[in-house]
Design a binder for this molecule. Structure first.
Ligand SMILES: Nc1ncnc2c1ncn2[C@@H]1O[C@H](COP(=O)(O)OP(=O)(O)O)[C@@H](O)[C@H]1O
Ligand SMILES: [Mg+2]
Length: 501
């Protein structure tokens, strides 16, 4: 079965030009990349299209030479609509000139009409989506995706070929190294990619695992600075998740789902899962385990940040998140406590906006074809709007319960192993009994408490230390009995048990 060809940015732009698009709004903050793309696009036509660039300081230029020195945008548009050639005009930061500026809006409408039958396109580049209604029918919007893996790879070769130590660097470019570098660049803008590659490789004679670590750390920093997403460094293995039998079965059945072979079978990528249940039962751990299982990068979204306005409007934030995660695909997008953002937003009387954001998000979930797997968790299901639970959004809703006896034994063993304690030193039946009603977090807390007790007494930790530590913990489930009951009742027909059947 042939795979569907994925259109590149260049081919999409070309199609728009061939369709005689007059006004094209490119939503992106990568104006340098756009300039390079548009120049390359112009050069690909026979005969080549000239690429004119307008700015409010230099007027219209062609290859940096002035054409119309008058800096007025009105003059520039006037001139462009009249010239007798197939050509492009690029305008950066167009939103600034569209705002409360009726003459420019009128001029753009006139330009669109005048050039509609010729191969002339005005590329209007802007980092924000602000198209006044007056011209919304005349403008075609394109939300420019971040560089694809192929583009990242090109940038890698470009950066390396300009380094003084290029011979050594090039010699270490095995297929695997290229693949890792490309993945490190995915999800960043072209400027960020170039800077990260330069910073990492400059003056280096080879790309070893050390350079790759530096590169990934650099990427983590860049992503963190964006304020919305965090690239999580996994501190666990898949086996560190105790219980979750049913969930693990679900995952195992889909082990190869992100492979080419699955694609050739015509299988769609899974969309994601929602894990619900009281806190401390391992929902967050489970999302990490998903990323470990498929060996995919894990991006955590801070839903609160989407709504708090610091990083822009919620709509802008969501768009950025979608762009970054799609460019990083295949990846796991972790939305921890998905209800928190929604609840905060309604408190801030952002109610309308909150549901709009959620609607956009759900639409994306439903329509997305890219391999972005969403791992969402929720503690308070009553705060979740019903539409999030409707079929077609998540592949499955899982309900996480307190671990039963067998699961508790497993979780105790996991946390003892994590501390490198010999498992045969402990007698499990009494430990399992005394941890009745405990969640995984409380079991972990008990192990740490016992370890601390032994440490302060300068001796090895014993079974007794652990037993005493467990005895002293009052599990959350005692005070939350009612809540757990409500949750269980709610989940009964709506969700699948993550633990045992
Ligand atoms: N099923 C489990 N298996 C192993 N450890 C667990 C489990 N559940 C909880 N834990 C421990 O408790 C910690 C907190 O759990 P977490 O995943 O944050 O719970 P939740 O997200 O449901 O509130 C985990 O990091 C882990 O150390
Ligand atoms: Mg959690």
């Amino acid at each position: 079965m042939a795979e569907r060809e994925i259109p590149t940015l260049r081919s999409t732009l070309k199609d728009m030009v061939l369709a005689r698009t007059s006004l094209l709004y490119l939503l992106t903050d990568e104006d340098r990349r756009m300039e390079a793309e548009i120049r390359a696009l112009g050069a690909a036509f026979k005969p080549p299209f000239r690429v004119y660039i307008w700015s409010c300081t230099t007027g219209v230029t062609l290859n940096d030479e002035p054409v119309i020195p008058n800096p007025s945008i009105m003059e520039a548009l006037d001139w462009f609509m009249k010239i007798d050639e197939s050509a492009f005009l690029m305008i950066n930061d167009i939103h600034v000139f569209l705002k409360d500026n009726p003459p420019v809006l009128r001029k753009l409408k006139d330009t669109a009409k005048r050039i509609e039958s010729s191969y002339k396109t005005v590329f209007m580049v802007s980092p924000v989506l602000e198209i006044p209604t007056e011209i919304s029918h005349d403008v075609v919007l394109m939300d420019v995706p971040l560089p694809s893996l192929d583009e990242v790879e090109k940038l890698l070769h470009q950066v390396i070929s300009r380094e003084k130590t290029r011979d050594g660097l090039q010699a270490s470019l095995t297929e695997e190294v290229v693949d890792l570098c490309t993945k490190a660049g995915a999800g960043l803008s072209s400027q960020q990619i170039i800077q990260a590659f330069r910073k990492t490789f400059s003056g280096k004679n080879a790309i070893t695992s050390k350079e790759l670590d530096v590169l990934f750390e650099e990427k983590r920093q860049i992503v963190r600075k964006s304020g919305l997403l965090e690239l999580i460094q996994l501190d666990m293995n898949f086996d560190d998740l105790g219980g979750f039998g049913n969930f693990k079965k679900w995952l195992t059945q889909r082990e190869d789902i992100f492979t080419k072979k699955a694609r050739q079978y015509g299988l769609a990528f899974p969309k994601g899962v929602l894990l619900m249940g009281i806190s401390g039962c391992g929902k967050s751990l489970c999302v990490k385990a998903i990323s470990a299982f498929w060996n995919l990068p894990l991006l955590r979204l801070d839903m609160g940040r989407v709504y708090d306005g610091v990083e822009g409007t919620p709509e802008e934030c969501l768009r950025k998140v979608i762009k970054t995660s799609e460019a990083s695909a295949p990846c796991v997008l972790w939305i921890d406590e998905i209800e928190a953002g929604i609840a905060n937003a309604s408190q801030k009387s952002l109610g309308g906006s909150a549901s709009r954001i959620l609607a956009t998000f759900l639409t994306w979930m439903q329509e997305k074809t890219s391999p972005v797997f969403i791992g969402a968790t929720a503690n308070n299901i009553e705060l979740l709007p019903p539409e999030i639970l409707r079929k077609g959004r998540f592949d499955e809703l899982f309900y996480v319960e307190l671990p039963d006896e067998e699961e508790r034994a497993e979780i105790i063993r996991i946390h003892l192993s994590r501390k490198h304690l010999p498992l045969e030193r402990f007698d499990y039946p009494p430990l399992v009994k005394t941890t009745e009603g405990f969640n995984g977090a409380e079991i972990e807390q008990g192990v740490l408490g016992a370890l601390f007790r032994a440490f302060t007494q300068k001796r090895e930790m014993t079974h007794n230390d652990l037993f005493i530590a467990f005895e002293s913990i009052v599990p959350l489930s005692i005070t939350m009995k009612e809540k757990i009951k409500t949750l269980e009742r709610w989940a009964h027909n709506r969700a699948v048990r993550a633990g045992k059947n």
